[in-house]
Design a protein around this ligand. Structure first.
Ligand code: PLP
Length: 625
């Protein structure tokens, strides 16, 4: 298990148990051994097709862990509470969750529920997000903030003002100066006193990949000149009391607390200036950016790591705000953060299966005698490492050329290919990297790997008590050459993996081989599309329970069917089926089983490569182990 450094990136939630399987500690460090949840047991339970044993769900599978979500939320709040006490800060922390990170209904509802004791709120960046945030917050703490970010049109602003009428603690954060006129007009028409904030374009720039929109030339927010114009306009209208919040966001994955403190101090200065100019400032909203250490290296020089803990982050923020406000004799603001990645990354695990592996060391189609002859035929000199490889290479090139000319057949070419592999192996230079075919779509389930090259920890979820004998790259089941994973945490170009038993899970009848992708709870689900019409994973919600298996599946949703993904692209599966049926009748194939398989295909899981019977369940609710 050390091989995958699970403790470094996975602590305190993921560990390896005595069976050699990855186990979840849903309550972090406070989890008792009998409360640990074995991921393999979840997979077996939910994928078992026998109705009295399991749910027959297809992989890939997202296992959602609400207990982990609760722990993340409480840890974030706890870190700020501690910093506020330690620095004798004069106000409180009140966070919001940016729903863009994962808009799943149950994730948002859980955050509102778990965050209710400490007034945790939501951030929306579009009209649909605002709608879902409004309805979820109706069941939350009435003081929880509803932050309205993003570009706003008339309807967005009307909706946000309506939210205030519903007694939701709504703040319209201006991202463009023009939005102010709309807010003023509509609030007068609707008879609502708005609460307004501005997003400031800070000079502080975060240099990593995720900071590309920060700094003076950043895409979002108002410049100091524009902020001053907003103040003047509101003052003229007698609405300066409506200006209550200052927001900034310098990018995701802020690498160090030095940079963070820099940005927060700059924003705190603007905040104090706004107080001086007469705005009724209450909240400093420091945006997102609280990072995740995906590779466990605690490094500030990498986009996938950060060099601080939750506690260090909170302490840096509180200290920076306090210092500026003390110097300016300004009342300490409520500190709000919009941490998304840090809140939801750990709460879900994507589990998929290696269905086959193709070895690079295919045995050459030649007899043992031929092989012996070839190896003995190598001169002593050629047996030397470099020379031997060069010799094999020259032989291969010559053969390829002859093949292209038509003077060598495919059998001979295959013999030489295999021979070269054997030579490499014999002299220890054999590249043992295999391609493991995994039943997922990189585009749907790990879009940030494809889009921005972001790496996530990927680990077998079992057999971790056995040393992996192979190394592998992962190739997905989409027909797209970009659908592969060949870069891994630690800068590796392959992953240590075990041999598949019985030549692979699905076909060979051996034990299946499951892998997990961890820390992908933020952004991946929201970004994933239906490239190749592959469909998405099944999803189960698993809570810790005190029953014999230590977990309960409280909700299960199969991945979309072929019909579902076809509908996304405006196809009409029912019409398609009718067309095929008509054609079958014309061809005299009306009663053929082929039509049955077409019917089955429209309802079977789009992402499945398995030939097992389709399952067409709706939702499952089961509360027992
Ligand atoms: N707030 C705003 C305005 C954002 O644009 C983002 C993400 O880009 C976030 C919050 C969430 O950031 P993070 O996931 O880094 O916490």
């Amino acid at each position: 298990s050390d091989l995958y450094r699970i403790d470094a990136w996975g602590g305190p939630y993921f560990t390896v148990n005595s069976s050699g399987n990855v186990a979840v500690r849903p309550h972090g460090r406070a989890t008792l051994p009998h409360q640990e949840i074995d991921l393999l047991k979840i997979v077996k339970k939910v994928s078992d097709p026998k109705p009295d044993c399991g749910l027959g769900l297809q992989l890939p599978l997202i296992v959602r862990l609400p207990d982990v979500l609760k722990n993340r939320l409480e840890s974030l709040q706890g870190a700020f509470d501690l910093a506020i006490r330690s620095h004798d800060y004069g106000s409180h922390y009140q966070g919001v969750y940016p729903v863009k990170c994962n808009q799943d209904r149950f994730v948002v509802e859980d955050i509102v529920k778990f965050g209710s004791p400490f007034r945790f709120g939501l951030e929306a960046g579009s009209k649909p997000e605002l709608l879902l945030a409004m309805s979820c917050l109706c069941k939350g703490n009435p003081d929880a903030l509803l932050i309205c970010n993003g570009f706003k049109d008339l309807e967005y602003i009307s909706l946000a003002l309506f939210a205030r009428k519903l007694a939701l603690n709504t703040v319209i954060v201006l991202e463009q100066e023009e939005e102010l006129d709309l807010v003023v007009d509509l609030s007068q028409k609707l008879g609502v006193r708005p609460v307004v904030g501005v997003r400031a374009k800070l000079k502080t720039k975060h240099s990593g990949h995720f900071g590309s929109t920060s700094g003076e030339k950043g895409k979002f927010g108002l410049t100091t000149t524009q902020i001053l114009r907003v103040v003047k306009k509101l003052d003229k209208l007698g609405m300066l009391d409506c200006f209550q919040l200052l927001h900034f966001h310098i990018g995701s994955q802020i690498p160090s607390t030095d940079l963070l403190a820099d940005g927060v101090s700059e924003a705190a200065q603007i905040y104090c200036e706004l107080v001086r100019l007469g705005a009724h400032m209450k909240v400093l909203d420091i945006g997102g950016g609280l990072g995740i250490d995906y590779d466990g290296s605690k490094s500030s020089n990498s986009d996938i790591s950060v060099s601080y803990s939750l506690e260090e982050y909170a302490s840096a923020v509180v200290q920076a705000v306090r210092n500026v406000c003390e110097r300016r004799s300004v009342k300490h603001p409520v500190i709000c953060s919009e941490s998304g990645r840090a809140l939801v990354s750990h709460h879900s695990v994507l589990i998929f299966e290696a269905v086959s592996s193709s070895a690079c060391d295919d045995a050459p189609p030649m007899s043992a005698y031929e092989l012996q002859y070839f190896i003995e035929g190598l001169t002593e000199e050629a047996r030397e490492y470099e020379a031997c490889l060069t010799y094999a290479d020259v032989l291969k090139q010559r053969c390829v050329e002859q093949f292209k000319e038509g003077s060598v057949g495919i059998e001979q070419l295959a013999t030489v290919d295999g021979l070269c592999d054997m030579v490499s192996k014999a002299i220890g230079a054999f590249d043992p990297v295999r391609t493991y075919h995994v039943n997922l779509s990189v585009f749907t389930s790990i879009p940030d790997f494809w889009g921005i090259g972001q790496m996530f920890p990927i680990v077998p979820i079992h057999r971790l008590d056995q040393r992996p004998a192979m190394r592998g790259v992962l190739s997905d089941l989409t027909c797209d050459s970009d659908g592969k994973i060949d870069k891994f945490i630690g800068g590796e170009s392959s992953l240590p993996l075990h041999e598949l038993e019985g030549n692979g899970g699905n076909n060979g009848g051996g034990q299946k081989y499951y892998l997990g992708m961890f820390l992908g709870g933020a952004y991946q689900e929201a970004l994933g599309g239906v490239h190749n019409l592959f469909g998405g994973p099944s999803i189960v919600r698993v809570s810790q329970s005190d029953g014999p298996h230590s977990f309960a599946v409280t909700r299960a949703v199969p991945g979309p069917s072929c019909g579902d993904v076809l509908r996304v692209m405006q196809h009409e599966p029912e019409l398609m089926f009718e067309t095929l049926k008509h054609r079958a009748e014309e061809c005299g194939q009306g009663d053929d089983g082929g039509m049955a398989s077409a019917a089955v295909a429209t309802t079977s899981p789009a992402s499945s490569c398995s030939m097992s019977a389709m399952n067409n369940h709706g939702f499952y609710y089961c509360s027992e182990d």
